[in-house]
Design a protein around this ligand. Structure first.
Ligand SMILES: [Zn+2]
Ligand SMILES: [Zn+2]
Length: 212
């Protein structure tokens, strides 16, 4: 099932940058001055200003170390510039870091804590997946941040990574717990079924949600 394409028949003509004559002076400088913005993690950013000074912006707290902000309590051009760069996708938003997604190898902004998976590759409860080994359809019950070589399977006596059917998948994969949706009709919710642990990349995400 592919989602419908949202391409309008005749796209509206519009400029990409804002009309600078409509903006106040600080916003104009935020758009037009040469600045370098880099993420320091935990929602903090280093801004090298056009004049060569370096300031620290805390986006969540709307804080900047520059005199304009500290003395006049204005939303300075550095704060505005960081918000712009985040909005345009040039630097990581708070709580994210730029990294290669462990599943699809694409550069992405992945969560600072937890597995390095992009939004597309991170599974959520209710996502429908296909087991690449057996072709079976399953429903995700829980995506964990634990590694397959650290997850011990009680009944089997090995880790998820060491299990014979999982040898072809990276030992550092995160473990995903999934249920077989049609194995037991008596239970009230699909996600109450018996959970099985898989290495993330063994499960192929299908573009579906299970309707309970
Ligand atoms: Zn500032
Ligand atoms: Zn990915």
């Amino acid at each position: 099932m592919t989602p419908p394409e949202h391409t309008p028949a005749s796209p509206r003509k519009r400029p990409l940058a804002p009309d600078l004559s409509e903006l106040d002076a600080r916003s104009v400088r935020a758009w037009t001055e040469s600045m370098a913005v880099s993420s320091m993690g935990r929602g903090r950013y280093r801004v090298e200003s056009e004049s060569g000074n370096e300031y620290t912006v805390d986006l969540a707290r709307s804080d900047c170390s520059c005199p304009d902000h500290e003395l006049r309590r204005e939303r300075c051009k550095h704060l505005r510039r960081v918000a712009l760069e985040v909005t345009l996708g040039n630097v990581a938003p708070p709580g994210r870091v730029r990294e290669t997604c462990a599943a699809c190898d694409r550069p992405s902004f992945v969560p600072e804590a937890g597995p390095a998976l992009c939004d597309r590759c991170r599974l959520e409860p209710g996502d429908v997946v296909r087991d690449r080994e057996t072709g079976d359809l399953l429903v995700v019950a829980r995506a964990t941040d634990r590694r397959a070589d650290e997850w011990f399977l009680e009944g089997v006596g090995s880790t998820v990574a060491d299990h014979a059917t999982n040898r072809g998948y990276p030992a550092a994969d995160v473990v995903v717990e999934a249920v077989y949706p049609f194995s037991d009709s008596a239970r009230t919710s699909v996600l109450d079924g018996k959970r099985y642990a898989f290495p993330r990349s063994r499960l192929e995400e299908l573009d579906q949600q299970f309707i309970r």
